[in-house]
Design a protein around this ligand. Structure first.
Ligand code: EPZ
Length: 420
């Protein structure tokens, strides 16, 4: 396993280009199962999660070719069983259920494991499939769905924690080949859901309302192949904006749709970090007079749960008392104990973190636990005095394309070494 060493205090400057969105690529690659014709997807980031998804497609019988960020998939003859050893590495594998049900009218996929950010139920996914006429069985660690035919229905997919992103994706992918019209109420509005809907419509689907709480899908007989460019990764962009605020002379994040990171730029601006927003680029600089912040994570367009850990790192050295409440994954605080090892002063009160800003952080050996917590530790290391050693960086490699190299290009003193 690798670890990353960050020599703190070196100012960042310059610009970086954002990679394609992980959370858009995964469901779009799964959606290629809905047609036997070839699909070409550009801008797929080079991550372990996208590699896992390609392995699943290959295991299901698809032909897959990858040339840098372009992936070609031909799912001519496929089977509908994705076993544990194939899906166990990535929870998002569950988003092959919908296209397999839509295309094959049956599917067997191993249940996703839980993970450190909390329980990851799929009850809303299964509720949607049953509403479309599928029989659902959970046995032996697998979920099996079967439908002689799928019939459009009105489905409310809102759960106690709000909408479900992959649940909306899965039900949309099952409904595109159903008989009749499906209405998803309480749908997730994330840009990645819109990107998937755009991809499906280019394949011949008839989807309206993606990006709103109400998505209408008119089923069609079959879908055809297409070509598509994945949207930029708004969470990678937000992570680099926090890097630009935490230390240095200011950086510019290029190839981003500012609307997709509006809640993050508004939060950073409200602290007092100077932000300049152009058509497809955002510049940010540190501010020694930045103020504390109260923040709550919410479904899009609210402040994203996937940016919560990064903001904890930034606010740990922002003067005053900040309060962050995590409404999406209330246990998503694995980074707090590690940040405290670096001198941060923060206390957890249920799903709320109370952060007392300190003048300095101190480099220390810390352990990555989940994707975004790991990024937060790297960000804190940029600011800390001394050397921060982040172990288990395979968590970072799941969702960030060359994070250490991109930070080096901005002036960070950061190196990747083999864990002895
Ligand atoms: C997607 O996960 C993202 N992953 C997550 O990003 C992101 O944190 C999450 O959406 C929320 O925005 C991908 O897109 C691959 P949810 P997803 O279903 O779809 C509850 C990252 O770091 N829920 O929107 O799995 C659930 O427990 C990852 O890139 C149910 O109760 O999340 C949670 O509390 C981490 N029943 C809330 O809804 C269900 O059937 C939102 O979960 C499904 C979800």
């Amino acid at each position: 396993m690798d670890k990353i060493l960050i020599h703190g205090g070196h100012p960042l400057s310059g610009s970086i280009k954002v990679s394609g969105s992980k959370n858009s690529s995964l469901p779009i690659l799964a959606a290629t199962l809905l047609t036997r014709e070839p699909c070409v997807v550009h801008g797929v980031p080079d991550l372990s999660d996208t590699h896992y998804m390609l392995q699943i497609l290959i295991h299901l019988g698809a032909q897959v070719e990858r040339a840098s960020g372009t992936v070609s998939v031909s799912a001519d003859n496929i089977e509908s069983v994705a076993p544990y050893h194939v899906v166990r590495k990535m929870r998002a594998s569950i988003c092959v259920l919908g296209p397999l049900l839509g295309r094959c009218k049956e599917a067997t996929v191993s249940l996703p494991g839980g993970c450190v950010i909390g329980d990851r139920p799929i009850d809303l996914h299964l509720k949607g499939f049953e509403a479309l006429g599928a029989a659902v069985r959970v046995e032996g660690g697998n979920v099996k769905v079967f439908a002689p035919k799928l019939t459009g229905a009105v489905i409310n997919l809102r759960g106690k924690f709000g909408p479900t992103v992959l649940g909306t994706d899965n039900v949309m992918m099952a409904a595109v080949l159903a008989d009749g019209v499906t209405v998803i109420e309480g749908a997730a509005q994330e840009p990645e859901v819109v990107d998937l809907a755009n991809f499906l419509n280019k394949m011949g689907a008839r989807i309206e309302g993606a990006g709103t709480r109400r998505i209408i899908i008119e089923g069609v007989a079959a879908l055809h192949g297409t070509e598509h460019d994945v949207i930029p990764d708004r969470i990678e962009a937000g992570t680099f904006l926090v890097a630009g605020a935490i230390c240095g002379k200011g950086i510019t994040v290029k190839r981003i749709q500012p609307e997709h990171v509006r809640s993050t730029t508004e939060a950073l601006a409200s602290c007092g970090f100077p932000i300049d927003i152009a058509d497809h680029a955002i510049s940010i600089s540190p501010n020694g007079e930045a103020k504390a912040l109260e923040l709550t994570t919410e479904p899009y367009p609210g402040f994203p749960s996937d940016m919560q850990a990064q903001m904890c790192a930034l606010l740990s050295t922002t003067d005053g008392i900040s309060v962050i409440t995590e409404n999406i994954f209330p246990q998503r605080y694995m980074h707090v104990a590690e940040l405290k090892r670096m001198g941060a002063e923060m206390q957890l009160e249920g799903a709320t973190a109370v952060i007392q800003g300190v003048d300095r952080l101190f480099g220390a050996p810390v352990m990555a636990s989940d994707l975004r917590a790991s990024a937060a530790l790297v960000l804190a290391g940029l600011k800390a005095d001394g050397i921060t050693e982040v172990s288990r960086v395979y968590h970072i490699d799941r969702g960030y394309e060359r994070l250490d190299e991109k930070l080096s290009e901005l002036g960070a003193h950061i190196e990747r070494v083999k864990e002895t």
